[in-house]
Design a protein around this ligand. Structure first.
Ligand SMILES: [Fe+2]
Length: 196
């Protein structure tokens, strides 16, 4: 039978072992963190990561606003316009997934996301189109900056991934500028008659 002193020693010993093992457990976490930092440094830069987050954010915003606009336009009978806006919403949703996939590759968190409320008034089609135009212009600006920043650090893959996204934004600029031009030429009533 062990004495009380022996028992206490054993307990103390096991506590020490626990402490030691906790200290050992912490080490791989630190190493892991270092590895992530190195991975980003090796592959890309923090600026690229920040721009990818901004691109993701604007795509989430486009996905929510365009989805809502398509439903609104469909309800009010502008089926052709609704179909184009819905297709755009789906494309922007795909673009947001591409952004997330790249951020996942770098093992970085992409929260928090901020989605601004719509800035147009209900039924104001011109304001809605202007909002969409400004949004794709902003997205194109971020995408161009991401491509430049990625190429600066030799991250050719991120640059390549961003090219179809920039292409999509430029298509959006063409689409919404075209709508505004038509409205200017034929008036909003005639334009909307064509969208039924
Ligand atoms: Fe996009």
């Amino acid at each position: 039978m062990k004495t009380i002193e022996e028992l206490l020693n054993t307990q103390e010993g096991s506590m020490n072992t626990e402490e030691t093992s906790t200290a050992h457990e912490e080490q791989p976490i630190i190493a892991e963190k270092k590895e992530i930092a190195q991975q980003i440094e090796e592959y890309s830069s923090n600026q690229v990561i920040e721009l990818l987050k901004q691109s993701l954010n604007i795509h989430w915003q486009q996905t929510t606003s365009l989805t809502a606009q398509a439903i609104h336009l469909e309800r009010w009978g502008y089926k052709k316009l609704a179909a184009n806006i819905k297709a755009d919403a789906e494309e922007e949703h795909e673009h947001s997934a591409i952004n997330i996939e790249r951020l996942e590759f770098f093992d970085v968190d992409y929260q928090p996301l901020t989605v601004n409320p719509p800035s147009w008034t209900r039924h104001d089609m011109v304001a809605m189109i202007n909002y969409n135009l400004n949004s794709v212009k902003e997205a194109a600006k971020i995408e161009r900056a991401t491509i430049t920043a990625a190429r600066e650090v030799g991250d050719e893959m991120t640059a390549n991934i961003m090219i179809p996204l920039l292409n999509g934004s430029e298509n959006g600029i063409r689409l919404y500028e075209g709508y505004l031009k038509l409205i200017e030429q034929m008036g909003i009533d005639n334009f909307l008659t064509l969208q039924v």
